[in-house]
Design a binder for this molecule. Structure first.
Ligand code: ADP
Ligand code: MG
Length: 696
């Protein structure tokens, strides 16, 4: 067996377990070994019942004197055991675990861990962790305990796949494969860090918190190091790209366009625009990322770039992550470009090459169905979804590729598009907030521009976690606002009602219910399962004000832009990450009117409501993203493994000094050994990642 072995080949893992493992994205032995605990219970306090203090987390070794199930009047099952460690008998209690009486018998020797409490004047432990030990005498020399009496790892779980199971499996696998792991890092880079094998052992079963810290450092270093290497190699490769014909930018064109905008560009937009123009007049293709908070106005900057490229007789492809967003960009760009002779087209799954020459905009065509004039020519600017990747689309004379909300796309998709268009200028945009140092590591191959300013007049979106009893009041409030001409979003976690998630609101059901609550208004329903044309019509109608209240799933999260919408209600808010809620909240407050975000949660206690409370006071996307990172891991920010650029399991972006260290190490290594021929293990490892970021 080695790291690449499939989990299916491991004894004791049948189809049903395999299914559950795959659900956690665990397919190989390596995946399982790299399935790291997200926290540890400290049960290293080995003590005696006599010395144990109430409230203390302890581990005791002793014997079961008796164990039995008790059936309460409310038909719950309680398992009670008397446990004696030779100093003082205590009671162990489990709920709904009747099978325990089959696993634990009177006379068994156990090690138990848990919090000491006092119940009816008796010392007890509620729901203790436990494992059998052969005998008290030999326990010291017998195998290490893994569920009790130590720092006990707690893993991300799924139904039917418990931490207890994972601990047992990983303990068994570790010694079988650690001998086969070679540490790819040369001594000088590794320097004071522990070796990879120890790191992998100790991340699961650390003896002390210090051990754990050391293994975390080593494993985080590795993650960041390979990413740094990959991006720096990619940067060098991009530099070697064939040169392009520098574009000619006429200041008069630029002034002309900016002068016809319905608003004044912010100075941040000006700054970023300048950075882009500096690239376009060079003979090296641009490779730039614009980062800007929700609503900071990235689209218009992209539109200006596309216009100037058009003035050089070159086309632009503009890729958006969803159809809804593509339709919206289509409308926006058509409008922005309407004073000029530019053709804007759309190319998505449901609409191919429907081109509206901007000179027709708003003149002849009134309704959505007739407003598009279908041209046979290829438009100057084509907006689309990943349908743009289709080989059926002819890509000729493309000078600029724009990818909006780039974190939503797989790297392969972006690379593919870029390759097909023969490496023109490349502009990507994201609203995902990333600390600068992190950005340099993650996106070290890209030039970065930041729009760090919102347009004038924007107001903070007043955010409230609304208690259920005030629901009617808030409906009245919405009715009043909408009657006054505003519009509202109502966001639900689900599309359809679910048997297993009975309390979670679903868009289709809410849409029906809310018709009765708001009989005087026109409601719309939007979700991912609608046909492209329906999505388009509803988005259009909402933006035009024909739909006043839009009931939707989080599909509007990315990019939906309707400055007249001032209220967003988010149902089941605890089901969303903070960064995602922030994006949703960014759908309102896009104009100058006072705006509101009303959060509902069915879980009013504990972590969830604390998280949501944080949103009430915090409007800084970066802060929210960082908190998300702490609570839910990097997947929340960078999307799933498929859509994110890199998925970090353990590295934390807050560790700036480690980031700096990895960057330096990567740079030094590449300077010494550019092709990495002297470091074959690193080279091999990098090949996996590199294929994702390399621009060719
Ligand atoms: P995002 O950066 O989130 O993609 P958009 O490009 O969708 O933001 O812009 C958000 C809204 O702000 C749009 O309605 C757009 O027309 C408007 N907007 C953009 N720039 C400015 C500006 N300088 N002044 C006022 N409004 C602006
Ligand atoms: Mg946008």
């Amino acid at each position: 067996m080695d790291l690449n072995s499939s989990l299916a080949a491991i004894s004791g893992i049948g189809p049903s377990l395999l299914y559950k493992l795959n659900k956690l994205n665990l397919n190989t032995v390596e995946d399982l070994i790299y399935h790291f605990p997200f926290r540890y219970d400290d049960f290293s306090n080995n003590t005696s019942a006599l010395d144990a203090q109430i409230g203390e987390s302890v581990t005791l070794q002793g014997e079961i004197w008796s164990i039995s199930n008790i059936y309460t009047r409310s038909r719950k099952i309680i398992t009670k055991a008397i446990f004696n460690d030779g100093t003082s008998p205590i009671e162990l209690t489990w709920f709904n675990s009747s099978w325990l009486t089959k696993q634990i018998q009177t006379g068994d020797r156990l090690q138990v861990s848990g919090k000491i409490s006092k119940y009816k004047n008796k010392l007890s432990i509620i729901a203790p962790r436990w494992e059998k030990i052969e005998s008290l005498q030999s326990s010291a020399i017998s195998r290490q305990t893994i569920h009790t009496g130590r720092l006990v790892p707690i893993y991300p779980e799924t139904e039917g796949l418990s931490s207890k199971w994972l601990r047992a499996k990983i303990t068994k696998l570790l010694p079988q494969i650690t001998g086969k792991i070679q540490d790819p890092l040369p001594d000088d880079i590794r320097s004071t860090m522990i070796c990879l094998t120890s790191a992998l052992e100790q991340i699961h079963f650390p003896k002390t918190w210090e051990d754990l810290e050391k293994s975390r450092e080593r494993l985080s270093f590795d993650e960041l190091f390979y990413v740094s290497l990959a991006t720096q190699k990619a940067r060098l490769a991009w530099r070697r790209k064939p040169l392009v014909e520098p574009l000619k930018i006429k200041q008069s064109d630029l002034r002309d366009f900016i002068g016809k905008l319905p608003f004044k560009l912010t100075s941040a937009q000006h700054k970023v625009l300048k950075e882009i123009l500096r690239n376009l007049v060079k003979n090296q293709p641009m490779n730039r990322l614009i980062q800007g908070e929700v609503g900071s106005g990235k689209t218009v900057v992209a539109a200006i770039a596309a216009y100037l490229v058009h003035k050089n007789n070159l086309r632009t492809l503009f890729m958006a992550p969803t159809e809804i967003l593509a339709f919206q960009h289509f409308e926006t760009l058509t409008k922005l470009l309407s004073p000029f002779e530019v053709t804007v087209g759309i190319y998505t799954g449901s609409r191919k090459y429907q081109v509206l020459s901007s000179k027709y905009y708003g003149k002849k065509q009134k309704t959505i169905n007739t407003k598009y004039i279908i041209h046979t020519t290829i438009p100057d600017i084509t907006i689309g979804t990943h349908a743009l990747l289709s080989p059926k689309l002819s890509i000729e004379n493309v000078g600029l590729i724009i990818v909006d909300e780039q974190q939503r796309f797989g790297v392969e998709q972006r690379t593919f598009l870029r390759k097909r268009a023969k490496v023109p200028h490349f502009l990507t945009m994201t609203a995902t907030p990333i600390p600068r140092t992190v950005a340099l590591t993650l996106y070290g191959d890209l030039d970065m521009s930041v729009i760090d300013e919102l347009p004038k007049g924007r107001q903070i979106v007043k955010t409230y976690l609304v208690p259920e009893r005030k629901r009617l009041d808030s409906y009245k409030f919405i009715a009043k606002k909408v009657a006054g001409g505003d519009q509202a979003y109502i966001i639900t976690p689900l599309i359809e009602a679910s048997e297993t998630l009975k309390t979670v609101k679903a868009a289709k059901v809410e849409f029906e219910n809310l018709q009765k609550v708001f009989p005087n208004f026109k409601l719309g329903l939007l979700h991912g399962r609608l046909k492209g044309k329906e999505k388009e019509e509803i988005t259009h109608d909402f933006r035009q004000g024909k739909i006043q209240i839009l009931v939707s799933t989080s599909v509007v999260e990315v990019g939906m832009d309707n400055p007249n919408a001032t209220i967003i209600v988010i149902e089941g808010a605890e089901r969303f990450g903070l960064a995602q809620l922030h994006q949703l909240r960014g759908r309102v407050g896009r104009g100058t009117k006072e705006s509101y975000c009303l959060l509902y949660t069915s879980n009013t206690s504990g972590d969830d409501s604390r998280r949501l409370k944080f949103l009430e006071k915090t409007f800084d996307g970066l802060k929210l993203a960082e908190l998300d990172l702490k609570i839910r891991g990097s997947g929340q920010i960078f999307g799933s493994a498929q859509s994110g650029r890199f998925e970090f399991k353990i590295a934390s972006f807050s560790n700036i000094s480690l980031l700096e260290k990895t960057k330096q190490a990567a740079r030094d290594l590449l300077a010494k050994d550019p092709a990495l021929d002297k470091h074959p293990l690193i080279k091999a490892k990098l090949q996996d990642i590199a294929s994702e970021v390399m621009p060719d």
